[in-house]
Design a protein around this ligand. Structure first.
Ligand code: CMP
Length: 139
């Protein structure tokens, strides 16, 4: 079933010129990039994005980090896109991520784990609306 998910390329990935490398993997897999922007995230949007983690010890640090430099937000669409993209990212902690995944190939620490992707279809709808309030043309 075709569905959409939200991905972020975090400041470290943008700084390391990995935008094309990361996005090309989705296209090679047969998924489509239906919305894409590079931006300096504002703190309120980042806090809303990570709201489920508000009580976690790392909440302030991860929000600070997302605001340290430009990020890329994209909507990725295709069959089983949420699960497919999660699997392609690999484990949240890059040191536990399998080689061949994005984090397993390009990351080393959980604080700079390169990318984010929506955890489930409900989160995807919420995160897409948050980062693309102008809407997404899916055709
Ligand atoms: P992400 O998928 O963007 O979701 C929450 C982020 O918090 C996570 O990736 C990591 O970058 C960061 N983080 C830092 N410490 C932890 C932790 N102990 N568990 C989960 N996420 C963490």
């Amino acid at each position: 079933m075709s569905e959409s998910t939200l991905i972020l390329i975090k400041p470290g990935g943008v700084q390391r010129n990995l935008i094309g490398t990361v996005l090309s993997r989705f296209e090679q897999r047969g998924l489509r990039i239906v919305a894409l922007k590079r931006l300096l995230a504002d703190r309120a949007t980042v806090e809303a994005h990570y709201d489920e983690h508000r009580e976690r010890a790392f909440f302030q640090d991860v929000c600070d980090y997302l605001c340290t430099g430009p990020i890329v937000a994209a909507v990725i669409t295709g069959d089983n896109a949420v699960k497919a993209v999660r699997a392609m990212m690999g484990a949240t902690n890059p040191i536990e991520a399998t080689p061949g995944t994005i984090r397993g190939d390009f990351g080393l620490t959980i604080d700079d784990n390169l990318t984010h992707s929506s955890s489930d279809p409900e989160a995807a709808l919420r995160e897409i609306a948050l980062w693309f309030p102008e809407g997404v043309a899916e055709r």
